[in-house]
Design a protein around this ligand. Structure first.
Ligand SMILES: Nc1ncnc2c1ncn2[C@@H]1O[C@H](COP(=O)(O)OP(=O)(O)OP(=O)(O)O)[C@@H](O)[C@H]1O
Ligand SMILES: [Mg+2]
Length: 503
């Protein structure tokens, strides 16, 4: 007999991939109507577990009971029929279809039953009212590939809400949302809960987990290590369960001395996007750039590295004026840029870890036209262990790694370059608490070796704790700058929302 209050009962779920025991007899119970958090380090098995519940993967052992019935031979379409919807970590919208088409994909509305003529008008109207209900305002007739990553995420959420699911699983939904959009999502979750929808919520942001979840399940190395009421655990307790030890210093900032002017940007303009951007970055220093999503931070970085054209502005590298027209030019100018949308811009998914990490630096490893494979192997091995990239070997294809471990591969790739200026766009997005510290430590190493670091981040704590100086942007303009000591959350938010403080 199964317990009525349980919507989902997973018992003894085991899943093996070649060389990896991803899940080792995991139990998870989800109570009807609750928000259930699923936490664990990168590669702990969270996404795999939910992919089993959505029929995307088949499990090797174990039992799934959903809504009182045991499910066997679950497929993705069967799961949707049963009312299980999932917003995957790697969004799966169709890029060249509109928001409306994506939301109604596979569930199109027809004018007449028999003739199967798609009722575009009604689909548009329903999408508009869905967006309005969720207090979202963007154009639903746009192709999803023309939306920012934050809005694409919102489209996924609309799609799930629209499917009238009983269970909505969100795999790191806020990793690319602004604080404002995150608040909107939390409101949506509260609305869903009121309607009796059950939510499974995966996140590395434990403050969010603490705030919105009723209960959590903690995974470590493919095993369930705990399930508890959220009120029975502090964030530090949760970290201890996830990592198996305490993390004393989440932001290991070191004291360093400002060195030479590495990058100088003056009067950078891009019509309608960037306005009169001027700032300097120095060696031995971390410059933080923050602002709300859409403030133009990524656009600014892309303009500097030559990925987007500029209308005016001077960029100097170590005092020398440079004409950077393409990312290739910027690599030559010793600039490394870690993009925020790493899956699309940073990785060749079907290639292995070794290839991806060494891609930008293949030349460095060539000697008289021959690749020095041994040297590549050594360097990549070292980074894999420093960043604790969970992979069976460096020859594993990147598509088989967990989301967070894919992120680490992109970071490793840029760390390996002999760049002097590093621009990291959301460097710790999707990365677990323990690995974050490793990323900061590696950034510290770069500073000690006289690099200039620019960190673009929406995570206020990260910028406030790690940066020596903080620049705040709003709608394509720099609103102001703070030294590490003078920055407070209030001051930053003030500038980020576009209010200029007069001197
Ligand atoms: N398709 C696959 N083929 C082979 N191995 C896989 C595949 N998918 C996942 N794995 C492995 O299973 C383990 C668990 O991965 P999973 O994606 O579930 O982790 P996760 O907890 O979601 O991590 P993250 O926080 O990084 O997203 C990892 O070691 C991963 O490399
Ligand atoms: Mg995952």
């Amino acid at each position: 007999m199964s317990d009525n209050s349980l919507l989902v009962e997973l018992t003894g779920i085991t899943k093996r991939f070649p060389g990896v025991l991803a899940l080792d007899s995991v139990d998870m119970n989800i109570v009807s109507g609750e928000v259930h958090g699923l936490v664990g380090e990168n590669g702990a098995g969270k996404s795999t577990l939910i992919k089993i519940l959505t029929g995307a993967y088949t499990h090797d052992e174990g039992k799934i009971i959903f809504d009182g019935k045991q499910l066997t031979q679950l497929t993705p379409s069967k799961a949707i029929e049963l009312g299980i919807a999932c917003i995957y970590q790697e969004l799966d919208l169709i890029p060249h279809m509109t928001v409306v088409e994506n939301i109604f994909l596979g569930r199109e509305l027809y004018k007449t039953k028999g003739l199967k003529i798609i009722d575009r008008k009604r689909m548009l109207e329903e999408t508009e009212s869905l967006l309005k209900n969720l207090k979202l305002n963007f154009d639903p007739t746009k192709n999803t590939c023309d939306l920012g990553i934050g809005h694409r995420q919102m489209v996924e959420i609309c799609k799930a809400v629209n499917s009238n699911a009983k269970l909505i699983i969100m795999d790191e939904p806020t990793s690319s949302l602004s604080e404002h959009e995150t608040e909107e999502l939390f409101e949506i979750i509260a609305q869903l809960k009121e309607k009796g929808v059950t939510v499974v919520y995966i996140s590395h942001r434990l403050d969010e987990i603490k705030r919105i979840c009723d209960r959590i399940t903690v995974l470590r190395d493919g095993k369930k290590v705990a399930d508890l009421n959220i009120n029975d655990a502090s964030i530090d307790n949760i970290i201890h369960l996830m990592v198996g030890r305490d993390i004393v210093n989440k932001y290991p900032k070191i004291k360093s001395n400002r060195g030479k002017e590495a990058l100088s940007v003056q009067g950078l303009e891009r019509k309608g996007i960037l306005h009169n951007i001027s700032f300097k970055a120095y060696t031995g220093e971390i410059l933080g750039i923050t602002g709300l999503v859409g403030a133009g931070r990524t656009e600014m970085a892309r303009a500097i590295i030559g990925a987007d054209p500029i209308d005016a502005g001077v960029v100097k590298i170590f005092g020398e004026e440079m004409n950077i027209r393409s990312p290739r030019d910027s690599i030559k100018a010793a600039i490394a840029f870690l993009p925020e949308d790493r899956r699309n811009q940073g990785l060749v998914l079907i290639k292995d870890v070794l290839f991806n990490v060494s891609l930008v630096k293949l030349k460095q490893y060539s000697h008289r036209g021959f690749l020095q494979l041994k040297n590549i192997h050594q360097d990549v091995d070292q980074l894999v262990s420093e960043l604790k990239i969970r992979t069976p070997s460096v020859n594993t294809i990147v598509a088989e790694l967990s989301g967070g471990n894919q992120q680490k591969v992109v970071i490793a790739k840029w760390l390996l370059t002999k760049a002097r200026i590093f621009i990291f766009d959301e460097p710790t997005r999707g990365i677990d608490v323990g690995a974050k510290v490793e990323v900061y430590n590696l950034i510290n190493e770069l500073i000690k070796n006289d690099a200039a670091i620019i960190i673009i981040s929406s995570e206020m704590d990260e910028v406030m704790e790690m940066a020596d100086r903080i620049i705040v942007m709003h709608e394509g303009e720099i609103m102001g700058e703070f030294a590490h000591e003078e920055a407070t959350q209030e001051k930053i938010l003030y500038l980020a929302s576009g209010i200029k403080i007069s001197a």
